[in-house]
Ligand binder design. Sequence first.
Ligand SMILES: Cc1cc2nc3c(=O)[nH]c(=O)nc-3n(C[C@H](O)[C@H](O)[C@H](O)COP(=O)(O)OP(=O)(O)OC[C@H]3O[C@@H](n4cnc5c(N)ncnc54)[C@H](O)[C@@H]3O)c2cc1C
Length: 304
Amino acid sequence: MNQLMDVGIIGGGPAGMSAALALGRARKNVVVIDEGRPRNRVTRESHGFLTRDGITPSEFRRMAREQIRAYSSVYFVEDTAVTITGHDGNFLITTAQGTTYQSKKLLFAVGMTDLPLPVNGLADVYGKSAFVCPYCDGWELRDQPLVLIANGEKALHLAKVLSGWTKQYTICTNGPDEFTEEQRLELLQHRIPVCDSPIERIVSVDGMVQRVDLADGNSISCTGIFFAPKLVAGSDLPQALGCQITETGTVIVDNFGKTNVPGVYSAGDAATTQYQVITAAALGSAAGMSINNELLLEAWNRQS
Ligand SMILES: Cc1cc2nc3c(=O)[nH]c(=O)nc-3n(C[C@H](O)[C@H](O)[C@H](O)COP(=O)(O)OP(=O)(O)OC[C@H]3O[C@@H](n4cnc5c(N)ncnc54)[C@H](O)[C@@H]3O)c2cc1C
């Protein structure tokens, strides 16, 4: 595509698509480059988005695309952005398929990636009866016996949050526990069992967990699992372009999604630690409007 687009959006999840909707309605030329690996693709139902509670992620995506198609200045491309060079006013995006796109502004809506935990059988239950976020999937597992796979501070945090949905859960640290004496005492006071034996395997039927077998020979029966995933940035491109990143891989932005690099924005999971579809969509929309304002102001000032 030889045309200089107004905005290049990398990532077509809820954040990228919300930005595209705002920009399409603002009559901007937009290319959305998306490789199609959203974080929640493993899950059967997405919860908590007002008016769309329980929708499948693929249906959410289909509806979003269909509605955005009404704005003909928005182009969707199924590809991976691999390098980006240039500067505010003229960025050059090169994709894995070797196509190049030019845009005045950039939005990184690349999400985060969950690295799989090295636990036998977890892949079979992930998204079906094993989840990462009680706000997303806690309701479906309320009052049920659960196993929480996490260690140290993360386990304590998850235990506190999960206590709103069920009182029956066991923490499996999958190896030596990393709790401080104070944390151990806190868990004891709340009568939360902790198993530090390595996990042998998760036993399941059709994606529904039955029990967790431990290397010490014990088994824990349960109907669900929550675990603390290791999260990394969805793409290295923001950092490669000079965007400031936190230690945990989140792009640092202001209230309007603006990064420290002129003309470059970020939104959604990539730029917040509040991992929710509705939050990602809201941040994407705000970033889209902010980019539009910047473009309008630049055009206005050129004319004066
Ligand atoms: C198991 C699980 C269940 C969840 N359930 C819920 C739920 O019930 N309710 C809820 O609100 N939230 C849920 N979430 C969180 C939700 O998935 C995220 O908050 C949301 O997807 C973030 O949207 P996003 O647009 O920022 O990123 P994503 O949806 O992850 O989209 C990012 C997109 O960018 C693409 N991309 C990345 N790099 C490139 C590149 N270089 N070139 C092209 N494309 C690229 C990716 O392939 C992806 O398609 C869940 C998460 C998980 C892991």
